[in-house]
Design a protein around this ligand. Structure first.
Ligand SMILES: Nc1nc2c(ncn2[C@@H]2O[C@H](COP(=O)(O)OP(=O)(O)OP(=O)(O)O)[C@@H](O)[C@H]2O)c(=O)[nH]1
Ligand SMILES: [Mg+2]
Length: 454
């Protein structure tokens, strides 16, 4: 029998409300020792899923708080066990004393993710939904939250279960033909099997391909701001961030390191990266900084190359431009519009056939709207079943590869062993995604990423 666990489940304290959560077979007796409902009924006598007002008692029996409590009865609770939640006044003293009281009454402090682990073990959710729960808690943009919510409601689970069904149906048919060859069973056609494996592999690869979109939605879209010193990179970075995050001075070479700030645009998270100006470095720190600018441009999903529009172009400007990778979206920003734009600079940049050129003033904010609009166009589509977990993406790849090998064996008429072992490996990989065949250590790794109380 699972011991009762207790943990704070609300956010940072102080807050209006502090939440304490209990789960385990003896939850209601622990609750009865620490919470006395005003209606005088004990937990078992009260209605399920209903809030009751009452008195919360400290370890010494004195009144600690006047609060609300609710009981959820197994199996209709988050964990699938008997559960209770206390809604106290959100003081850290009250919440920690409430937990001490519960521990004194027989509970123990929960480990990180232990409530969700119990939910998983009780079949309330699978590993994709457990991962989605963690994603939802940590989401910092509307789109990330919606992607996690879709997975939590079973989008990945449903798709994987369907594909597993196709594979297991195939294998069951194969075994049935082998084991009961004298029965009246439809013959096993390798060509049909190869077609099914092809369908499954294609779908698995499509899901895996969505990981890049999913990961950008979950973790944010990294956008590097590069350019020669004094072009106004940090000024633009600050204007987009909405506050003076990076130091701006009239000295060339002010920014020495990559500075990151997260911004939300149209419900999506962007990770803006301000960088050191590109030029012949004057010292070790600057040259290391410039190396980091190069890496930031290389690893970003989009690059904004900033030019001082009031000046003529220099070699350094061309060096900066050469750092924009060809395979990702890039744009040129002609800055310092308020000082008047040098027509030669503008002309030369236009002649370079850069697809997106924006003329702005980081100082006055003029022209920023068009640049922001360009950024929002980088937001990947969140349509369809979106994979956001690297663990799931790698298992999808491995399962797709195994399906392709099984298909090849089926088509080439190799031994049944070769076909079987690959098809079973694919099935096993898909089982690991949902947790049906996950080893304890994988599940452990997932739940350790949770906060206490979830
Ligand atoms: N008038 C005007 N000045 C600007 C504008 N943008 C930046 N500046 C000025 O240009 C100078 C350099 O700006 P920064 O934002 O520090 O330039 P940077 O590209 O980050 O420079 P480094 O960090 O040295 O590479 C500062 O004096 C800014 O005030 C602008 O739109 N208009
Ligand atoms: Mg700077």
């Amino acid at each position: 029998m699972n011991k009762v666990i207790v943990a704070p489940s609300g956010g940072g304290l102080p807050a209006a409300i502090g939440i304490v959560r209990l789960s385990g077979a003896d939850t209601f007796s622990v609750l009865d020792r620490i919470f006395k409902a005003k209606c005088r009924k004990n937990a078992a006598g009260r209605q399920k899923n209903r809030l009751y007002y009452g008195t919360l008692l400290a370890q010494n029996g004195k009144t600690l708080d006047l609060c609300m409590a609710v009981c959820f009865h197994a199996p209709n609770s988050y964990t699938g066990e008997d559960m209770a939640e206390l809604y106290c006044h959100g003081s850290s003293a009250v919440v920690s004393a409430a937990i001490d009281s519960a521990i004194d009454a027989g509970a123990r402090f929960a480990e990180p993710g232990e409530f969700t682990r119990r939910a998983f073990l009780n079949g309330k959710l699978d590993l994709t939904q457990a991962e989605a729960t963690a994603d939802l808690i940590h989401s910092t943009s509307l789109l990330a939250a919606q992607a996690a919510a879709s997975q939590l409601s079973g989008s990945v689970r449903g798709e994987i279960t369907r594909l597993r069904g196709q594979l297991s149906g195939l294998l069951a048919h194969f075994y049935a033909v082998c084991d009961y060859s004298d029965e009246d069973i439809e013959p096993f056609e390798y060509q049909n099997a190869a077609d099914t494996l092809q369908d499954v592999a294609l779908r698995l690869r499509a899901l895996k391909d969505g990981y890049e979109r999913g990961s950008a939605i979950k973790n944010g879209i990294p956008v590097a701001v590069i350019g020669r010193p004094n072009a106004g990179k940090s000024s633009l970075f600050n204007a987009l961030a909405g506050f003076d995050r990076a130091i701006v001075t009239s000295e060339a070479g002010t920014t020495r390191d990559v500075i990151e700030e997260q911004i939300n645009l149209s419900g999506a998270l962007f990770r803006l990266l301000d960088t050191a100006g590109i030029r012949q470095a004057e010292g070790l720190a600057e040259s290391m900084g410039i190396e980091r600018s190069r890496s930031a441009a290389k690893d970003a999903k989009a690059v904004i190359c900033v030019f001082d529009g009031s000046q003529t172009l220099t070699e350094e400007d061309y060096d900066a431009l050469s750092l924009v990778p060809e395979n990702i979206p890039g744009c040129a920003v002609i800055n310092k519009l308020d000082l008047g734009i040098n027509s030669e600079t503008e002309q030369k940049l236009k002649e370079l056939n850069i697809a997106n050129i924006f003329t702005i003033s980081a100082k006055t904010g003029e022209g920023l709207e068009a640049l922001t609009k360009w950024l929002t166009e980088l937001i990947p589509s969140a349509e369809g079943v979106l994979i956001t977990s690297p663990r799931q993406a790698s298992l999808l790849s491995s399962a797709a590869d195994a399906c392709a090998l099984a298909r090849q064996s089926a088509l080439e008429g190799l031994t049944a062993d070769a076909f079987l072992s690959d098809a079973e490996r694919a099935l096993n990989d898909l089982g690991k995604i949902t947790g049906d065949t996950a080893q304890a250590d994988i599940a452990g790794e997932i739940f350790s990423r949770f906060c206490v109380g979830k």
